[in-house]
Design a protein around this ligand. Structure first.
Ligand code: S3P
Length: 446
């Protein structure tokens, strides 16, 4: 996969990172705020929305279904929804760009309304399996035509008429699949019961409750949880305050940990326990991360992070922690390269179906920069070094998190690290380069 207008960038060692960075809004919550706003009756006012490629792709698609979405200023949006079950067939194909979350959640949201839409996206999204979402949606009565057994995009989805509630178990450790089923349940008659073994991020559940859906979440004796949703649901527009994205903050945190002399502050970061697996892991590695002013904002826990350069030690990250840090393995792998000893990351199978095959992209990046690693099945071990050589060029495969992770490596390696393309960073974190240079990082065209 390659981007026709790619822009390479190199990061190199310079002074310590210092200062405060205002990380933008959480991508998962931003996507959900637009989607629920478009399904609700009345007006939803959003503040702190992430203004990024992925979120804008979702906004464009939602307009196609008949919702009115208006940007009123940076991060401030107003959404006039149609009411559950009132979306219309879009006049054109829906292009979701790079966004797996946007496309998969919208598939669920339209699945129980008798309309048809064609979903497509960039080369990365067109290579990602959609069967994991549309196959479970068949229980509601949807039909679809995708490409091949993985139901790749372009994918045409025909929503079900008079859908009935379902009972389903989500075997995949994916919040996207769970969320698609919960959103589909909104317009299915009766009480749907959706269970999952993994404790994946719960932003959909929280926000559905805030919009007035009848939803319950209960732990199961055998582990995991079961969620019930009553349909047809009436959602009412409300105001949503989007906290700052811990998955974006992760790159700044790791940079401060590995660049000697650094001390940075990251205010008001989302600290939902289902998103903080990286912080937990870094603390176990000996990271000097202080969490101040824990408080609640818009129904989510947030706090201010102070991060200082630290001597890290390798640890073993258990497989059951993966859902709470699923997007953070690329940057953890980079931090691990600077730690003393080995870091073992277990159960990384889901990394293979992200914006790129992230497991492959991580090991190619480590190898290109002289870091030793081993892979056994879905487990990755990174051997830490006192000096990381760097000097490599990393292929990003249209994957924003691979780009930001290896730029981070270059800030502390002996030789600069180049990534072949940074344009995709704008899908999740357009301010990345500005914030990093504000902290004193040096990144320039190679
Ligand atoms: C997301 C869930 C995760 C994550 C993605 C955002 C979400 O994907 O990787 O960046 O907002 O629900 P999976 O649910 O497929 O693990």
């Amino acid at each position: 996969m390659h981007n026709a207008n790619s822009a390479p960038l190199a990061a190199r060692r310079a002074g310590p990172l210092k200062g405060t960075a205002q990380v933008p809004g959480d991508k998962s919550i931003s996507q959900r705020a637009l989607i629920l706003g478009a399904l609700a009756e009345g007006e939803t006012r959003i503040s702190g929305l992430l203004e990024s490629g992925d979120v804008h792709s979702t906004a464009g698609a939602l307009r196609g279904f008949g919702a009115e979405l208006t940007a009123e200023g940076p991060g401030r949006w107003r959404v006039k929804g149609t009411g559950v079950g009132n979306w219309k067939t879009p006049g054109a194909d829906l292009d979701f760009g790079n966004s797996g979350t946007g496309s998969r959640l919208v598939m669920g949201a339209m699945a129980t309304t008798p309309i048809t839409a064609t979903f497509t996206g960039d080369a990365s999204l067109r290579s990602r399996p959609m069967a994991r979402v549309v196959a479970p949606l068949e229980a509601f009565g949807v039909t679809y035509e995708g490409q091949g057994p993985k139901a790749l995009m372009p994918l045409k989805l025909h929503g079900a008429k008079d859908a009935k509630a379902i009972t389903a178990h989500v075997a995949t450790a994916s919040a996207q699949v769970k969320s698609a089923l919960l959103l589909a349940a909104l317009n299915a008659k009766g009480t749907s019961k959706i269970s999952q073994d993994a404790l994946t991020r719960d932003h959909s559940e929280k926000m559905l409750a805030a919009f007035g859906a009848k939803i319950t979440v209960s732990p199961r004796a055998e582990g995991g949880e079961v969620i019930t949703v009553e349909g047809p649901a009436k959602l009412t527009g409300c105001s949503v305050e989007v906290p700052r994205d811990p998955s974006s903050a992760a790159f700044l945190m790791a940079a401060a940990l590995i660049v000697p002399g650094s001390e940075i502050s990251l205010p008001a970061i989302l600290l939902n326990p289902r998103r903080t697996g990286l912080i937990q892991t870094l603390l176990e590695m000996g990271a000097r991360i202080e969490i101040q002013n824990r408080r609640s904002s818009g129904g989510e826990e947030i706090g201010d992070l102070i991060v200082r350069h630290s001597d890290l030690n390798g640890v073993t990250v258990p497989a059951d922690r993966a859902p709470s840090m699923i997007d953070e393995y690329p940057i953890l792998s980079v931090a691990a390269a600077f730690a003393r000893g080995k870091t073992v990351m277990l159960g990384l199978d889901e990394l293979r179906v992200k914006e790129s095959d992230r497991l492959e992209a991580i090991i190619a990046g480590l190898k290109a920069n002289g870091v030793r690693y081993s892979v056994s099945g879905d487990d990755l071990t990174v051997e830490g070094m006192t000096e990381v050589p760097g000097g490599g060029t990393v292929t990003t495969h249209l994957d924003h998190r691979i780009a930001m992770s290896f730029l981070t490596m270059g800030l502390a390696s002996q030789k600069p690290v180049t990534v072949d393309d940074v344009t995709m960073i704008a899908t999740s974190f357009p301010e990345y380069q500005d914030l990093m240079s504000g902290l004193g990082a040096v990144m320039e065209a190679p």
